[in-house]
Design a protein around this ligand. Sequence first.
Ligand SMILES: Cc1cc2nc3c(=O)[nH]c(=O)nc-3n(C[C@H](O)[C@H](O)[C@H](O)COP(=O)(O)OP(=O)(O)OC[C@H]3O[C@@H](n4cnc5c(N)ncnc54)[C@H](O)[C@@H]3O)c2cc1C
Length: 408
Amino acid sequence: MPNIIPPTPSKPNGKSAMIIGAGPAGLMAAERLAGDGYAVAIYEGMASAGRKFLMAGKSGLNITHSEDLETFLTRYGQSRECLEPHLRKFGPDQIRQWCTGLGVETFVGSSGRVFPTAMKASPLLRAWLRRLEGLGCTIAYRHYWTGWDDNDNAVFKTPNGEITAKSDITVLALGGGSWKRLGSDGKWMEILNKAGITCNPFKPANCGFDVNWTDHLIEKCAGSPVKPVTLTCGNQSVRGEFVISKNGIEGSAVYAISATLRDLWLETGDATLTLDLIPDRDLTDVTTRLSKPRGKNSLGNHLRKSLGLDATKTALIFETTPRDILNDPAKLAMAIKDLPLKITKPRPLDEAISTAGGVAWEELDENFQLIKRPGTYCLGEMVDWEAPTGGYLLSGVLVACKLDKHTK
Ligand SMILES: Cc1cc2nc3c(=O)[nH]c(=O)nc-3n(C[C@H](O)[C@H](O)[C@H](O)COP(=O)(O)OP(=O)(O)OC[C@H]3O[C@@H](n4cnc5c(N)ncnc54)[C@H](O)[C@@H]3O)c2cc1C
C-alpha cells in the first residue's frame, strides 16, 4: 500500500466552499480549502472526475518539468507575471512532493520532463479522491452548472431536475474548450460574459495545422515522423520532431511553435513555417555534399547517400520544391536548410491539447478572485493563459493561491 500522507485540516472554520469542476484545478482547490477548514462540496457535470487528467495520463502524465525555476517561469509568456508568485509557492518541486505524499513517485525523463513512475494518471487520481474524501469533501457527479439565479444561487442541471446551491466561496474550475467529450465544453464563457465578465475567445493551443498535401504524400508519409528538424516561425525556432498527418502536421515540435504560428495565421490569414531538414550540417557542408557527382543514382538515393536523408524527408523535399531547384545542388542545399511549408489553418479547437483564451486577467485579482464577484474564483485552464506541453500546463493548473473571500 502506498504511504499516503494526508494534509492536516485545520479546525472547521464554519464556512462553506463550492467547487464547480472536478478536474485537477478544482480538486486542488478542494484540497486547499478543506485543509483551511472549509466544508467543501464539489460539483461535476460528468459522471466521474478528472477525465482530461486521465487522458493526459495516456501519454504518460507529464506533470511538471525539472528545469531551473527561472527558465521554467519563462514558459508562461505574457502570463508569467500573474502566475509567477503562485508558481514560486507551488512549483515543480512542490508538485513532486505532493505526488509523493499521495503515494506516487515521480522521475525525470531524458528531456527533463517529470512523470509518475507508473506513467499514468489513474493511481494518482484515485489516491487524490481518497484524500479528499478523508478531508470531508463531497462530490456530486452529473451536476452541470448552468449559471446563477436571481438570488445568486448556483444552478445545476441534474438527472433529477434542477437544484440550486450557495456557499461562502465558489471556485469555478471549468477547464478550457477542447476535447469537449471529456467534459470541458467551454459553455461557461457565455454565462460569464452575460454576468459582465470579459472572457477572451478560445484559441487552439498546442495544436496541429492543416497543410494541402498531395494524395501522393499522404499515401507515402501519413503517420511518419520527421526528425531531427528545426522549425522556424518569425523569431522562434524549435528543434525536435513532428509527424506528417493526413491533414497536415502535428507532434511535439509543432505544438511548441504553435502559438506563434497560430497568431501569425490569425493576424494575416497566411502563415509559413520554415524547416531545416538537416540541422546538424551547415549550408556549406550540405552544398559540398550535394555537389558531388551522383552518377546513376536517382536524386532520392543521392540525398540518402550524401546527406543521410530518409524517405519521409526526401518526399517532403519533392513535395515542396520546384524542379529547377531540385536540379541545382546549391539551390537545393538552400531549400533543404530553409524549406518553406505553407500551412492553411490550425486544426479545430476541439482537437487541441489545450486552449488559449478564457477569463481575462484584468477580471481577476492577484489570487484569481473575480473582482466583480468577490468570493468567486476562476482557476485552471479556464483563465486566459497558455503554455507549451512539457508539464507546464498541469503545473499552471495546480498553482497555489489564497482562496479566501476578500475585497481590495
Ligand atoms: C490529450 C491530452 C493530453 C494532455 N497531456 C498533458 C500532459 O501530459 N501534461 C500536462 O501538463 N497537461 C496535459 N494536458 C492538459 C491538461 O490535461 C489540462 O491542462 C488540465 O486537465 C486542465 O485542468 P482544469 O482542471 O483546468 O480543466 P479540466 O481538466 O478540463 O477540468 C474541468 C472540469 O470541469 C467540468 N465542467 C466543465 N463545465 C462544467 C459545468 N458547466 N458544470 C459542471 N462541471 C463542468 C469538466 O467536466 C471537467 O471535469 C493534456 C490534455 C489533453 C487533451
